[in-house]
Design a protein around this ligand. Sequence first.
Ligand code: HMG
Ligand code: MG
Length: 314
Amino acid sequence: MTAEGLPMVVPASDLPARVRIHEVGARDGLQNEKTAVPTEVKAEFIRRLADAGLTTIEATSFVHPKWVPQLADAEQLFPLAKDVPGVELPVLVPNQRGLERALALGAERIAVFASATESFAKANLNRSLDESLAVFAPVVRRAKDEGVHVRGYVSMCFGDPWEGAVPLHQVARVCTALRDMGCDELSLGDTIGVATPGHVLELLSLLNEEGVPTNTIGVHFHDTYGQALANTYAALEHGVTTVDASAGGLGGCPYAKSATGNLATEDLVWMLHGLGIETGVDLGRLTATSVWMAERLGRPSPSRTVRALSHKDQ
Ligand code: HMG
Ligand code: MG
């Protein structure tokens, strides 16, 4: 570590020169809080994340407010977030209704969210897997007609709390279905954080064999079993350059009890910067943002890097 609280830079060969961090703290993080965070605090969180150099900040979800009450203020929050200059603000939409709400506010990036398993499709979307894909097809088409960028999440890619192991071909079927619908990028969700690096590499290779190029794939690791960084490193070695993470390690999924926080953005940035990989993020500012948010939430951040950097001088 350097005197400024930054990692020593020691590059490794064959890794990407730059990684785009898809910041999900304001959505994946705050959707799982026990109490709803005030809209103005969320807007300030997004402003601070942008100020720390994050350029893709998932803002909220246009889902049913009864299903995710924590994000029921999407209509109020999104216009505030849109005032933040220089950031892309993807939002989740589960169906046509969600898309209409997002388009009405001028959203330019949306994400649909599918599941690799029947159990989670039912728990999260109240539909069978194929029914949910049938809901998404016209949503993606309409979004593309409007010139909107579409991300397709696939949850439970590496294991499911109800079904256990998830066969890779089942994950690939959902990924290729989303690709065929017109999704611009995919995000492979390890919703309950059970993946290990070999598993990640196998899935990425299978997707390539199925004609899904690596440059359209992002990875979305929850850190339940402490594997998120190792899995990310494996994905980088495979050539992945889009990594989802949540500031301070906030997060979980209200419809999968065993899901904990996402890979913490600070832990990710520490590793990437140590490898000499550009992110555009100022780690000090980002850590200060997560400390500020932790104070608002009334508990410390679970991120090891946030804890280390915020106690550095004590
Ligand atoms: P449903 O109850 O089956 O809805 O829920 P429906 O289609 O039967 O409609 C019932 C009523 O809801 C209707 O109103 C609709 O208009 C209304 P009524 O006619 O009765 O007055 N409605 C809506 N209202 C507002 N916005 C909407 C909307 N849609 C319908 N978009 C539904 C189906 C999909 C809506 C529900 O299951 C839902 O909202 N689910 C969201 C769950 C969620 O947000 N989960 C967390 C995000 S996913 C995640 O975290 C995983 C991820 O991070 C990756 C990973 O980690 O793996 C992405
Ligand atoms: Mg998630």
